[in-house]
Design a protein around this ligand. Structure first.
Ligand code: CTP
Length: 402
């Protein structure tokens, strides 16, 4: 998403300034060209040379230093920018920006930008609660400045609270998301994710190794592209993306119930959950002692949620997932037809980098017209983007875009 984007990275005088080095690297890895502007106090924490060497461009910090650069530094650095990001941003810098004060290279440059501005604050928790700072942030939000909230945790001053600079990945994801088209605005997407657990007794259950990464990536990317997202998730270790309606479930029956409750609102349903096909016939809420355990476990089928959705009347678009080891494409096409899906995303579990737990996936998308698209190994976020591109393509053909 960031290929060819020009980003101004403003670094201010916070102990978290060293983290800006990693942010710079991560933005570059994603294809961005980054120009760094530092405040004088930021230079006390991290050397200008570090940012110059890594960014490959001169760093602006003191316009009155004749060695810094030719021309009018704070104007030149803003030409052709796609985004300005201040990370970390001190209370002082936020106050100056909100008041229109331009008394150093960074605040002067910000007066001259004509691109969106994102700010990632970092400070002591009491400073972060300060009413003046809050007012300054509110007035900047009114001017469409976006804040990447600091996290709760241990702070440099030894206390705990909200004020830690957001994780690098959170900041980089927010920057990347800001470049996405808002092509799903007005669409409600219901995503299911993760495994289900089918209880045997008080301490045992049947489940599978799904980690929910694919479903959570779909929810996040759909949200970033403007969709209203309902995420129904089995038990996973992931934090649900902010700004989505999150419904946690445990068993296939819970998931079934939650999907049926929400289905009326959804124009697109993506069933990325690894739903258990079977559950024990008789679960007990006491622990079964091994001496008393039967040698075989009687199982019964769970409801096939996607199959039921396929048979429901309505004009919603249905996306299924399939994980296969044999006859991969044939099995997936059969599921697509049997469940009356618009598309199915299939991964071959025997391929390296595909399937459960991995951050990457290798998938093939088959649509209702039989069109088959093989995608190379890619990050699950990128897979999510490609799946949603296909959803939009099919919806456009269906002619029911909002
Ligand atoms: N699915 C569902 N309800 C179930 C089981 C699966 O909605 N009870 C959905 C999954 O979320 C996924 C798709 O159906 O989108 C997978 O289809 P399925 O035929 O169940 O695949 P497998 O479980 O892999 O089936 P099989 O074991 O027969 O290969």
């Amino acid at each position: 998403m960031m290929s060819g984007k020009r980003i101004l990275l403003g670094v201010t005088g916070s102990i978290a300034a060293y983290k800006a080095v990693d942010i710079l690297r991560r933005l570059q890895e994603q294809g961005a060209e980054v120009r760094v502007v530092m405040t004088r106090n930021a230079c006390r924490f991290v050397s200008k040379l570090t940012f110059e060497a890594l960014s490959g461009f001169p760093v602006l910090s003191d316009e009155y230093d004749p060695h810094e650069r030719e021309g009018i530094g704070h104007i030149d650095v803003t030409s052709g920018l796609d985004l300005a990001l201040i990370a970390p941003a001190t209370a002082n810098s936020i106050g100056k920006i909100a008041s229109g004060i331009a008394d150093d290279a960074l605040t002067s440059a910000l007066m001259a930008i004509d691109c969106p501005l994102m700010i990632a604050p970092a400070m002591n928790d009491r400073m972060y609660r300060n009413a003046v700072l809050r007012r300054n942030m509110a007035s900047l939000r009114e001017l469409s400045v976006r804040f990447i909230e600091p996290e709760v945790g241990k702070l440099a001053c030894g206390t705990e609270g909200q004020g830690r600079l957001a994780e690098t990945s959170t900041i980089v994801d927010a920057v990347s998301a800001s470049f996405l088209p808002r092509d799903l605005a007005g669409v409600t997407v219901l995503v299911t994710a993760g495994p289900t657990r089918e209880p045997i007794d008080a301490v045992r259950f049947i489940s599978n190794p799904s980690t929910g990464k694919m479903g959570y990536a779909l929810a996040r990317v759909a949200r970033d592209r403007g969709a209203k997202v309902i995420l129904i998730s089995g038990p996973v270790a992931l934090t649900p993306p902010g700004g989505v309606t999150f419904i946690p479930v445990v068993s296939a029956a819970d998931l079934h119930r939650a999907v049926m409750e929400q289905i009326g609102a959804a124009q697109v349903v993506v069933m990325a959950a690894a739903v258990s096909d079977f559950r024990p016939v008789a679960a007990t809420d006491r622990k079964i002692k091994k001496e008393a355990a039967p040698a075989t476990l009687a199982l019964e089928r769970t409801a096939d949620i996607l199959q039921e959705l396929g048979a429901l009347p309505g004009n919603r678009l249905l996306v299924g997932f399939a994980a296969e080891t044999d006859d991969v494409l044939d099995n997936a096409s059969r599921k697509l037809r049997a469940k009356q899906l618009d598309m199915i995303v299939v991964n071959d579990l025997l391929t390296n980098g595909a399937g459960f737990g991995s951050d990457t996936n290798v998938v093939t998308i088959i649509d209702r017209n039989g069109l088959t698209t093989h995608l190379p190994l890619m990050d699950k976020t990128e897979v999510a983007a490609r799946v949603l591109d296909k959803v939009l393509e099919l919806k456009a053909k269906q002619g029911n875009l909002p």
